[in-house]
Design a protein. Structure first.
Length: 317
């Protein structure tokens, strides 16, 4: 028997000499120590990796930023030839690989947020010339919903000239709520002809948070075409009806009052409450008698809304 085998045999004999409950305790202790060491090793590796990625990103960002800032400073003096030289310099950075491409995209988005007019247009032209749209398409085709969300957000910021409908449409009713709202927000921002079109075929619920996000886009987007509220108020999707009611109040759509009054018979208490609230804000006095007639059999929350709406109609506040 060699030395190694002898030591192993001694350890085994020593272990076997103890009662079973002590053997179990020793095994648990050893496993705990091993798990502790593995956990700490994993934590250290993660921190080293994060530090490396941060350093790498900071270095790449500084290089890209220097090139973009130099180009933006000289923007007013650019001829087509000089702009193409600028594009070539930035393209030499994207040629370094996918990491640098992503940094360039992030930096273009950053500067587009902070500049307007000619500078914003120039950055959009730069993005197009660099051929970075394919980078976004890869995200949208990814099996990872996180990557798809990232791609959709980049589309919203960069508004590429290329058609993106074939990538957005399949995601509008995705079962993943985070991915679904991002697709809907992208559709709302980019579809100039029918920005609310996705609501017509919405099968999934518009969650309260999603409605807030969409409403914020509506409030902050100029010259947005008016939605077909009469149609949306008849949607089989209750959450779409709820959102359409809010839009009716926001757009002050007095011609929608008859459809709002019809919703006082809706099965959903929430829909009835929202319709009553908007009718009050629109000063729809023709709905007052109907509300009073329904008051006795309504639930407490709806009764309060009726009182508030009638009060609003009377005071105009």
């Amino acid at each position: 028997m060699n030395t190694g085998e002898h030591v192993s045999w001694n350890l085994y004999s020593w272990f076997q000499a103890y009662p079973v409950f002590i053997q179990i305790a020793l095994v648990v202790i050893v496993l705990s120590i091993l798990l502790f060491l593995l956990g700490n090793a994993s934590l250290i590796i993660d921190r080293i990796r994060a530090s490396y990625n941060t350093t790498r990103t900071d270095l790449a960002s500084s290089i890209v930023t220097a090139e973009l800032v130099a180009g933006l400073v000289a923007e007013d003096d650019y001829t087509d030839s000089e702009f193409n030289k600028f594009v070539k310099r930035v393209k030499s950075l994207t040629a370094k690989g996918a990491f640098f491409k992503q940094v360039v995209i992030d930096q273009i988005i950053y500067y587009r947020r902070n500049f307007t007019d000619s500078t914003e247009q120039m950055l959009g032209k730069l993005f197009s010339k660099l051929g970075l749209f394919d980078n976004i398409v890869r995200k949208l085709k990814s099996s990872s919903w996180v990557q798809k969300v990232r791609g959709l957000r980049e589309i919203q910021e960069l508004k590429p000239e290329e058609s993106v409908g074939q990538f957005i449409d399949p995601l509008l009713n995705d079962s993943n709520s985070a991915l679904r709202i991002e697709a809907q927000a992208t559709f709302l921002r980019l579809n100039q002809d029918d920005p609310f079109g996705f609501l017509k075929d919405a099968t999934e619920e518009l969650l309260p948070l999603h409605q807030i996000i969409l409403f914020e886009i509506v409030a902050n987007t100029q010259e947005l075409p008016m939605p077909d509220l009469a149609s949306l108020l008849q949607s089989p999707n209750t959450s779409v009806v709820s959102f359409a009611i809010k839009l009716s109040g926001y757009y002050q759509q007095f011609e929608i009052i008859p459809q709002l009054i019809a919703l006082l018979d809706h099965d959903s208490q929430a829909i009835r409450s929202e319709a009553i609230e908007v009718l009050g804000k629109l000063g729809a006095e023709e709905s007052e008698a109907i509300m009073i007639a329904k008051f006795p059999q309504e639930e407490q929350k709806v009764k309060l809304k009726i009182l508030e709406a009638i009060g609003t109609m009377k005071t105009g506040m």
